[in-house]
Write a protein that binds this ligand. Structure first.
Ligand SMILES: [Fe+2]
Length: 405
């Protein structure tokens, strides 16, 4: 059994536990990351370092319209690269669109894939780079480590602060044949370079800022309390929680606040790296059905379920939830462990209030008559309960959804 010691000194803002030396920990991140206002100006030089001559930019029509795709095209062009553009990526990217994009890449003899956008564009670019050197369709690689060959060089440029896709070896898509979400997991999905440029996130509207920022918070909280967490994941996730609590309301209130955007982009990246290394939990499990049945964004679905799952989970790890409360600015000195842990839920409700998000299912037009459907949807994701700090039965799942009405 691992010995545990929680350091509670006010001066230490990262609380470490004593780890189990025999437990194997893995740390995953992009090979290289650039972070600064204007960092995108380096992307041509970096592409050349990767040996690229022909780059395909993978993005969505919104970013073409906003002029961001043209700006990246210009920077790559000035470095002497030939540039192609695929701006047909859709939300929850359909397999047909991804395969179409992979076809453009293969037939165009491109030697660099650059993903620009939110999670859907980055996830698509990841698998398109892999499909450059592996035959067939995205649907052929669903599952864990089924990709045989490393893909083409890959650069990822997030324009939202949320998914942390640029730091993970996961991609999610919609299989057109049965209209379900499927996942590819492979080390080859990690990029050669991630470019974090907060200027590219300045025009994200408040509601999307809130949804994506809450997704990053859920990644950090779920990873921090996961039974599969690692030293790397714990350190990164607790820091990210503190940064999101402080900077998400600022980025929501004033989109042009560059420092808030900078911190949110960094926090989302740290949360992505943390969950890539330490795993997710029941929030993502119970939120899934809200996306598929009620077409809510991934971030919104997670935000709604977060405080309810946290309330349920508290007893599974009081110390860690107390640490989360402190990281989010709550005063826990002199409180009992249970009181201190419970403050983490209060802190999440305060943050959601600040960014105008309700955690009540009824506020999104979902009727309590749908409870059985929700429970069935939640139970279908039971694999995500394994790393959760408290076990869940079907009755527990029902109780959590009921508490969300
Ligand atoms: Fe997520």
């Amino acid at each position: 059994m691992a010995q545990q010691e929680i350091r509670r000194s006010k001066e230490l803002n990262v609380k470490t536990t004593f780890y189990e030396p025999d437990k194997l920990s893995t740390f995953l991140a992009s090979k290289k990351t650039l972070l600064a206002r204007g960092a995108i100006s380096q992307v041509g030089l970096e592409a050349k370092k990767l040996g690229a001559t022909r780059a395909l930019v993978v993005t969505d029509a919104g970013l073409t319209k906003a002029g961001l795709a043209a700006e990246v095209e210009r920077i790559l062009g000035e470095a002497g690269l030939e540039v192609g553009m695929f701006d047909g990526i859709l939300p929850e990217p359909p397999s047909g669109v991804i395969d179409q994009c992979a076809g453009v890449f293969r037939q165009g003899n491109y030697d660099l894939c650059l993903g620009l956008g939110g999670g859907s564009s980055l996830d698509s670019a990841k698998i398109v780079s892999v499909l450059a050197n592996n035959p067939g369709s995205v649907v052929d690689y669903v599952g864990l480590d089924l990709v045989p060959n490393k893909g083409a060089p890959l650069i990822l440029v997030p324009t939202t602060a949320g998914t942390g896709s640029e730091a993970t070896r996961v991609m999610v898509f919609t299989d057109d044949s049965d209209n379900t979400k499927k996942v590819v997991l492979s080390d080859f999905l990690l990029p050669d370079l991630a470019v974090l440029d907060p200027e590219l996130t300045l025009s994200v509207p408040p509601a999307v800022t809130a949804d994506t920022g809450m997704d990053a918070l859920v990644h950090a909280i779920e990873t921090y309390v996961s039974v599969n967490t690692t030293p790397y994941a714990e350190i990164l996730s607790l820091q990210a929680i503190a940064m999101i609590a402080k900077h998400l309301p600022q980025a929501y209130a004033k989109g042009s606040n560059l420092l808030a955007r900078y911190n949110m982009l960094l926090a989302a990246n740290l949360s992505g790296s943390a969950f890539a290394s330490g795993g997710l939990g029941a929030v993502h499990g119970l939120a899934y059905i809200l996306g598929t049945e009620y077409h809510m964004s991934h971030g919104r679905s997670n935000a709604i379920m977060l405080p309810h799952v946290m309330s349920y989970n508290l007893t599974g790890n009081l110390e860690k939830y107390a640490n989360i409360a402190e990281a989010m600015g709550e005063e826990t000195m002199g409180l009992s462990p249970y009181e201190a842990a419970a403050l983490s839920v209060d802190a999440v409700y305060s943050l959601m209030d600040a960014v105008n998000l309700s955690a009540k299912l009824g506020d999104y037009g979902i009727s309590s008559e749908d409870l059985p459907k929700l429970v069935a949807g939640g139970m279908a994701q039971a694999r995500l309960f394994v790393p959760n700090p408290r076990d869940l039965t079907e009755a527990d799942v029902e109780q959590i959804y009921a508490s969300a009405f």
